[in-house]
Design a protein around this ligand. Structure first.
Ligand SMILES: [Zn+2]
Length: 122
């Protein structure tokens, strides 16, 4: 199971996290465990809305996963998994898509931001 940097985030996530984000997180978690024997660390999930910065975090449609301390091949597996799910999503005509971006590369809080973009305004 994924490890939460801040334990209380897990409780909030359990009730307010978007169903599709829980799906992708579960998938990435199991892939990491199967291929690398490693657990994902979630550094941030649901945050308070900041009127000056549009974000999917307050909606429960984004998570940040620590990449600072994991093998680069695990990041590749995450990226491949997200791309595959987007392909399946497209074929099944499900709304929205998953986007990812690596942030703060080389810094202490280096992470991958993953969001479920429904196309609706944030
Ligand atoms: Zn983020």
């Amino acid at each position: 199971m994924a490890v939460w940097k801040h334990e209380k985030d897990q409780t909030v996530w359990a009730s307010l996290g978007h169903q599709n984000m829980k799906y992708i997180l579960g998938l990435l978690d199991i892939m990491s465990l199967l291929f690398f024997g490693l657990e994902i660390t979630i550094t941030s999930a649901i945050r308070e809305k900041n009127p000056e910065k549009k974000s999917f975090h307050p909606l429960g449609q984004a998570i940040d996963l620590r990449t600072k301390t994991i093998p680069v091949r695990m990041i590749w597996v995450w990226e491949m998994t997200i791309k595959m799910v987007n392909g399946i999503w497209h074929v099944m005509r499900k709304p929205g898509r998953f986007d990812y971006v690596r942030e703060c590369v080389g810094e202490e809080n280096e992470h991958m931001h993953i969001e479920y973009d429904t196309g609706d305004p944030v």
